[in-house]
Design a protein around this ligand. Structure first.
Ligand SMILES: [Zn+2]
Length: 123
């Protein structure tokens, strides 16, 4: 871990805990909401409903993914392994952790990781 990161650990832990609470609240509060049918009228059909649910699920999935990353970061913190890149083992720069406390890779490894897992169906 970068010595600079060490001195910022309490602040970073605080950010992670706050984010954890936010995400947990969002995920637990969120329930399927009935569509407001006043504007849609006769056009309301299962396709519209399905579209809405897909959007809703994608959003929920993003939150769930982030929640997992935040939890993992807190676990690494407890285990004393926080702040080191999961791939190359180098300390993650403090500037990156301040922006993204749940980051588990340095910028270079994160980019490589995302490219390796990129879905090629975009476009
Ligand atoms: Zn790395």
């Amino acid at each position: 871990m970068d010595p600079a990161t060490q001195t910022h650990l309490p602040a970073l832990r605080q950010s992670l805990l706050e984010r954890l609470r936010e995400l947990q609240a969002e995920l637990s509060v969120r329930e399927p909401q009935p569509l407001d049918s006043t504007d849609v009228g006769d056009l309301t059909d299962t396709a519209t409903q399905r579209e809405f649910e897909t959007l809703h699920q994608a959003e929920e999935q993003r939150d769930a993914d982030e929640l997992g990353a935040v939890r993992a970061a807190l676990e690494r913190m407890n285990a004393g392994r926080y702040g080191d890149c999961a791939d190359c083992g180098e300390p993650i720069p403090l500037q990156r952790l301040l922006v993204q406390p749940a980051a588990e890779r340095c910028t270079a490894c994160q980019t490589a990781h995302e490219q390796a897992h990129a879905v090629s169906s975009a476009g």
